[in-house]
Design a protein around this ligand. Sequence first.
Ligand SMILES: *Cc1c(COP(=O)(O)O)cnc(C)c1O
Length: 234
Amino acid sequence: MGSIAEHLAEVRERARVSYYRATGRPGEPRIVCVTKTQPLPRILEAIDAGATEIGENYLQEAVRKDIFALRESRGATIRYIGRLQSNKYHAILRLFDAVDSADCRLFERLDGIEDREDLRARTLLLEVNAGEESQKGGLTVSEIRELAAADTPWLHEISGLMAVVPLQATTQVRTMLYRSISELFHELVSDLGSSRVTLLSMGTSDDYELAIEQGSNMIRIGTGIFGARSPSQV
Ligand SMILES: *Cc1c(COP(=O)(O)O)cnc(C)c1O
């Protein structure tokens, strides 16, 4: 077992290779370091090794760990990637730099907020529930296409998409799902503007190379950096 720094370096290297294979030019997708259940010292280790974007799944946990202090002390960007509950929308929008798991209710709520001065989150990604799993958040690919066809006003607020695919999905199914989300992403880029819609967050420790090859430019890595989470903590 390597160190956090070694793991991060390996993910970065493999991501670069996949990116080159996908695009034919050098570059690297953004790596969101997923820190749920990780104590602060381990998160600091990842930041020392070069992690700049932190993804947290739970508001309380993020507050308890005082993860937001890393913005000032280490220049980290703090992203919310977890399930949303409507009673926490406002707190999440005030505390996090980005909400990658935004749903339509969050955008509708945002529409009603006149004074956005105290909201920090400027980057909002719409979550795509690619496998159409009823227990997961997010909209399906066809639901998002319908919203785009209807020129839904709040769609102009998104900075991109975050995809979740079913845990059990085979490589073949993942490839197909990632490809269809990538197509949707490019449609949104041309509908809404390439300066507005820039981020396609797809791929986790298990499948980030595949996701990058299908067009991902942001991957979310937890166990691939920190090692397995203990089952009681998931
Ligand atoms: C936990 C989590 C990840 C990271 O998954 P790993 O398999 O640990 O890389 C990525 N995205 C979301 C939304 C998560 O909740």
